[in-house]
Write a protein that binds this ligand. Structure first.
Ligand SMILES: [Zn+2]
Ligand SMILES: [Zn+2]
Length: 206
């Protein structure tokens, strides 16, 4: 039983269950109701407090759940300590990938224990698949992402009755992107400071 009080704290209170029925007269302060002409509910400080505690607990639980989900996503994308999705999106900002919208890049991860014959695959839109083995290094990740992004920039061509995938246009894009990545983007995907004309360090352009 909980103590239910007049909301103005001017009329006597009663003891009632923490969840009295809607039509339970103990729920209402009758003198207040008569005065205002409307049913006026009593308040139960203990019930309100318990509700506040429960709400706080729910918020904490949601925070933990969100953090856990985030950690799970981070683990999903992590290769050699690097978030492959963030890295791919960063590499996609290179001028060589002018046709790739960096923010729309998606990465599908596959884990293989011994390594796969193919390291990656480019998909329609801006999706790339990675077939990652435990021995992958940052360099392998970087090369594979650059390669797959180059497929998005320079799609397969149909010429002389055959589809050519790694055609000269593709090779040019890959060479340009590799050079730009080496100049501008560091190992963990951060922009490298580079020297501008007057010898001062500046941040690489997007
Ligand atoms: Zn009252
Ligand atoms: Zn390829």
């Amino acid at each position: 039983m909980k103590r239910w009080k007049c909301p103005q704290d001017i009329h006597p209170g009663v003891l009632a269950p923490s969840k009295p029925r809607k039509n339970d007269i103990r729920r209402y302060c009758i003198p207040c109701s008569q005065k205002s002409g409307r049913l006026t509910e009593r308040i139960a400080p203990a019930v309100a407090k318990a509700r506040a505690v429960a709400a706080e607990r729910a918020v904490k639980k949601a925070v933990v759940k969100k953090a856990r989900a985030k950690a799970h996503t981070a683990a999903y994308y992590t290769v050699a300590g690097i978030n492959a999705l963030d890295y791919a999106r960063k590499l996609a900002t290179l001028p060589a990938f002018s046709k790739v919208k960096a923010r729309t890049v998606q990465v599908e991860m596959h884990r293989t224990s011994k390594g796969s014959r193919i390291h990656g695959r480019a998909h329609s839109r801006a999706t790339i698949e990675l077939f990652v083995a435990p021995f992958w290094t940052e360099t392998m990740l970087r090369h594979t992402i650059l390669h797959e992004l180059a497929h998005h920039q320079a799609p397969p061509k149909f010429a002389k009755r055959v589809w050519s995938v790694h055609h000269s246009g593709f090779q040019r894009v890959l060479a340009r992107a590799t050079k730009q990545a080496d100049e501008r983007i560091g190992a963990a995907g951060g922009y490298k400071p580079y020297l501008v004309g007057d010898g001062k360090a500046a941040h690489a352009r997007r």
